[in-house]
Design a protein. Structure first.
Length: 229
């Protein structure tokens, strides 16, 4: 049976999953990611969870359709609650806000385990998620930018126990994305620049302090110019 087609951002997440791992897909919705990983032979098994019964019911239908009931467990759960008993090697959390992902990790201190890999795709506030990871001893080992109808960020992290210091731009864009550069990175940097420019102009019109926005715009300009040369 052919594996289901995945959106580009989920394919990128699948690429970051380690071979022969047990995967926890949090907020799995239709369970297409663990189904894909099982059918392509990359993982040994998975647990797919969701906080709502509707998506979990759809996931159950799909798991049965692909005859994967013995390899994919389904769990009605809020965040990572109850996931620990499945002893996942890799944890995937896609399609949630960065602040929500942060709260989920805060409630699951058992993820502070150097054997566990986190694969995170924040829809918003990636900077706040990166700040939490850096402050709490999770080291970001890889990152990706994926373009669909918009540009998504993926963050791959493992616990080392050593807090890290990140610059403001590293929190916004990710140090690995900055290093890799590339067309999608530049498009995303230009988008972020426009966001900060809009904030800057709004604050200036309201006669408010816009020094933070001005600084970030200047830093982005230096970054892009630096990467051009």
């Amino acid at each position: 049976m052919n594996a289901p087609n995945l959106a580009a951002r989920l394919l990128a997440a699948a690429d970051l999953v380690r071979r022969d791992s047990i995967v926890a897909d949090v907020g799995s919705d239709h369970a297409y990611l663990p189904i894909y990983l099982c059918l392509t032979g990359k993982i040994r098994g998975a647990v797919a969870s969701d906080v709502n019964e509707g998506p979990l019911a759809r996931a159950m239908i799909n798991v049965k359709e692909y005859h994967l009931e013995k390899r994919i467990s389904l769990l009605l759960a809020d965040g990572l609650a109850g996931i620990e008993k499945y002893s996942p090697d890799d944890i995937v959390i896609c399609g949630m806000g960065g602040e929500l992902i942060t709260e989920i990790l805060k409630k699951a201190p058992w993820t502070k385990n150097g054997k566990i890999r986190l694969i995170l795709q924040p829809m918003t506030h990636a900077d706040k998620l990166r700040a939490y990871l850096a402050d709490n001893g999770y080291s970001v080992i890889d990152e990706k930018l994926v373009k669909e109808e918009k540009i998504y960020q993926l963050i791959c992290a493992e616990y080392t126990g050593t807090p890290e210091t990140c610059s403001e731009l590293e929190l916004i864009f990710g140090k690995h994305n900055i290093r890799k550069d590339g067309e999608v990175f530049r498009e995303y940097a230009e988008y972020v620049r426009r966001v900060f420019l809009t904030r800057y102009e709004g604050k200036r019109r309201a006669e408010k302090d816009a020094s933070e926005e001005e600084r970030v715009i200047s830093d982005i300009d230096r970054l892009l110019n630096k990467n051009i040369t």
